[in-house]
Design a protein around this ligand. Structure first.
Ligand code: FCB
Length: 422
């Protein structure tokens, strides 16, 4: 492999979300965790015993405490130490979320101390030469929002926009990049169709209502942020999956196209005129359709997700038609032993580089995640290890994984070096 350079001023970093790393929260998820921890621990064997990692995680996955986010990584108190690490690893940007339940714990009461906290977070990043990318909603809401029916209720959109306006005012001199919503597709599918996330509903009509309300919120937030802060760059971080049909049955091609349209493009098509950039969260390939699988699949992560680096290339190429700047806002792997992460990073970045060579306007990459954290998609808790940095949840000690050093070389040289140099 020859040396592959990335464009000048390409941003390199990692991503987190408040609920997964901060600790000490009180929101609709923490309440749901308290009520569901026992059940989740009881279901662990059925859900996870097929995974190769099961013997290592069995005790943890069957312990109800694993499903309580609690003090998480205590990042709320340790963000400076964590950003020192990110800086030492050559990161030039960082994605994190502002937690609505901290800012507005009761309806209409904004907590100035918490605003000050996030201002300090932004300043800590700037002081270390890292561009802040602020997510405004990463799935959690204040309990008073859940009490009025959450995103099923139109009033939630209005309340959310008031919160957005407040944040835009407070941060207009300090933040350029705002990601309004994180993965509205996953939120709606798991929370309102599959029922595996709070509020645990399985109702397609409710799901539709929620999805449309989120869509409305994203579009109007764009206008509000721009009215307060004309130079802002406002985007979304959506989950994009690479779909393929299980086999060449004619009907399966149709299924694949339909699933792909609804998952990857439906929301984006609705909001594309109110968007400065597209954030792409990419993890894996999914095989859909009927019949036996004839596709040969690759290695799996600890979570059993297939490692399929070329998928990032396919997705970025398909997103090119929107003619917007793009950032990979999440991409990463659950790999407790850090055996696969190095190649995962190199291979995905190689395919991202290929897309850039072919004219796709990708301007930054955020690895998921800086730290091991509380994995809330489908509520797996603390056993999946996504961090560039390992966290000891007893002592809160941080330990940089070897793969993080490989990524650091890429960040620092703004290039993928020939193999022998890693
Ligand atoms: C995504 C979420 C993120 C993280 C990864 C593994 O769906 O946006 O918070 O948990 O999955």
């Amino acid at each position: 492999m020859e040396n592959k350079q990335f464009p000048q001023r390409f941003l390199w970093g990692s991503a987190t979300s408040a609920h997964q790393v901060e600790g000490g929260l009180h929101n609709d998820w923490t309440e749901w965790e308290e009520k569901n921890a026992e059940r989740l621990a009881g279901e662990a064997e059925k859900k996870f015993s097929h995974l190769a990692i099961w013997p290592n995680i069995k005790a943890q996955a069957q312990d109800p405490q694993n499903y309580i986010s609690g003090r998480a990584c205590d990042h709320y108190n340790r963000y400076e130490e964590d950003f020192d690490i990110a800086q030492s690893l050559g990161h030039t940007a960082h994605r994190f979320s502002i937690e609505w339940s901290r800012i507005e714990p009761r309806e209409g009461e904004f907590d100035e101390k918490e605003i000050e906290h996030y201002r300090n977070v932004v300043r800590a990043l700037r002081a270390r030469g890292m561009e802040p990318f602020v997510t405004l909603w990463h799935w959690t809401q204040p309990t008073w929002i859940a009490d009025i029916g959450g995103w099923e209720n139109k009033r939630t959109v209005e309340y959310f926009l008031r919160f957005i306006k407040k944040i835009a005012h407070e941060f207009k001199n300090e933040v350029t990049f705002f990601i309004v919503l994180n993965e509205p597709n996953i939120y709606t599918a798991f929370g309102f169709i599959k029922g595996s996330h709070p509020p645990g509903i399985k109702n397609i009509l409710k799901a539709k209502k929620v999805y449309l309300n989120l869509c409305d919120a994203q579009k109007r937030a764009y206008k509000i942020i721009h009215s307060v802060h004309p130079r802002a760059q406002v985007g979304i971080a959506n989950s994009f999956m690479h779909f393929e049909e299980k086999n060449r049955l004619f009907f399966n091609v149709f299924i694949k196209d339909t699933v792909e349209y609804f998952w990857n493009f439906w929301f984006l098509n609705k909001i594309k005129n109110d968007l400065d950039f597209i954030g792409c969260n990419y993890y894996s390939r999914y095989l859909v359709g009927f019949g036996n699988e004839t596709v040969k699949t690759g290695d799996m992560s600890d979570l059993g997700w297939e490692i399929f680096p070329k998928g990032i290339y396919f997705i970025l190429k398909r997103l090119k038609k929107y003619k917007k700047p793009m950032y990979v806002t999440e991409n990463g792997i659950a790999d407790a032993q850090d055996k696969q992460r190095k190649n995962f990073i190199i291979d995905h970045l190689m395919w991202m580089h290929e897309a850039i060579e072919e004219g796709v306007d990708v301007r930054g990459y955020f690895h998921w995640s800086l730290l091991d954290n509380f994995e809330f998609p489908e509520v797996r808790g603390f056993w999946p290890r996504f961090g560039l940095v390992e966290v000891d949840y007893e002592t809160m000690e941080r330990k940089i994984r070897p793969s993080a050093q490989v990524y650091a070389k890429i960040c620092k040289t703004n290039s993928l070096l020939p193999d022998s140099n890693f």
